[in-house]
Design a protein around this ligand. Structure first.
Ligand code: FAD
Length: 291
């Protein structure tokens, strides 16, 4: 349970951090909250020779709305999101997700950027932010580039980030009147990773039809998944019971869970159906001004 030896750097600026990543390439790893990387290093499943700690870099922790987006700095901790007034008042999908990640100890250390960069299919932010239609900003030697979250997860524990890029910001379309969302997670016990979880973000038109809808699935595939066909079932339609049931069944068929200690694949697929229907009903209620 003791990691291999490594050299530790604590840069004070983003350019310094990027320069270190450029210099050491695949031998270097960024350290954020350390709640995924350090356990892996202790188990010797990861053995970076160089650690570049981001925690002393100013300006990577924030939650603010600007130019049509909610912007969240990559070093923002799960707990900061859980307690943010901006999130609580306008982003129920994110508020729901933040409060079901692990336990308060992990939420006080783990960061949203670290969770996305880690790309664990069981990570709650992947599914929640896919549902929210988010993008990320990656900063490297060539400056910053925007990556839609749909293109970010390229495999289990693998993302579109280059070895010399740092995830610096997450952007989420700003909440509007008649928008709503929800994140529902089924877990074996409080603090555990999901058996299955579903995030929903939607915008209702003036006639009550689904103008925009996003559905993200957690821990039921090799990556966080977007249930695009289920979204298609809802798009332009009123979310009545029959349409919600059809979308939920479609989301279940789009999931790709594995049998494991958290349950057999068929059970998880059915839980995707149940959670999708419930999350849709909750999101619709919130979009209409309910709790
Ligand atoms: C007991 C326990 C229970 C947990 N339960 C849950 C849960 O229920 N749901 C859930 O979603 N998560 C859970 N987690 C994971 C937790 O949320 C982690 O904190 C999170 O996944 C990683 O964030 P971090 O800031 O700790 O990243 P780190 O551990 O510091 O880094 C993780 C990886 O991302 C890379 N990285 C980090 N930040 C950046 C960046 N800005 N740019 C580029 N690369 C970066 C690192 O190099 C590393 O490869 C749990 C963890 C523990 C220990």
């Amino acid at each position: 349970m003791i990691p291999g030896s490594f050299e530790y750097f604590s840069p004070q600026t983003l350019p310094e951090a990027v320069t270190l990543l450029q210099r050491y390439g695949e031998d270097a790893k960024v350290l954020a909250g350390g709640h995924s990387l350090i356990p892996l290093m202790k188990l010797r499943l990861a053995a970076p020779r160089y650690l570049v700690d981001l925690s002393r870099i100013d300006g990577l922790t924030y939650i603010r709305e600007s130019e049509g987006f909610l912007r969240v700095g990559a070093l923002t901790r799960h707990g900061d999101i859980e307690t943010s007034d901006v999130i609580r008042s306008g982003y129920p999908l994110l508020a729901d997700a933040a409060r079901v990640i692990a336990d308060p100890l992990v939420r006080n250390m783990g960061t949203v950027g670290g969770s996305l960069a880690h790309a664990d299919p069981a990570g709650d932010w992947g599914a929640a932010l896919l549902a929210a239609g988010a993008h990320v900003v990656a900063t490297g030697p060539r400056g910053g580039r925007t990556i839609p979250l749909d293109e970010f997860f390229v495999g289990t524990f693998t993302t579109a980030l280059q070895p010399d890029e740092i995830l610096t910001e997450i952007g989420i379309p700003q909440s509007q009147k008649n928008s709503g969302g929800a994140y529902l997670k089924l877990e074996r016990k409080v603090g555990d990773f999901a058996i299955a979880a579903v995030g929903v973000g939607l915008l209702l038109s003036s006639t009550g039809a689904c103008e925009q809808v996003g559905i993200g699935l957690c821990n039921v595939g090799p990556t966080s998944l977007r249930a695009g066909q289920a979204e298609q079932v809802l798009r332009g339609k009123k979310p009545d019971d029959a349409t919600i049931a059809r979308a939920a069944e479609t989301a279940a068929t789009e999931s790709d869970p594995a049998d494991d200690l958290r349950g057999p694949a068929d059970y998880k697929r059915d839980m995707v159906r149940v959670l999708t229907a419930r999350a849709l009903r909750l999101a619709v209620g919130r979009a209409k001004g309910g709790a």
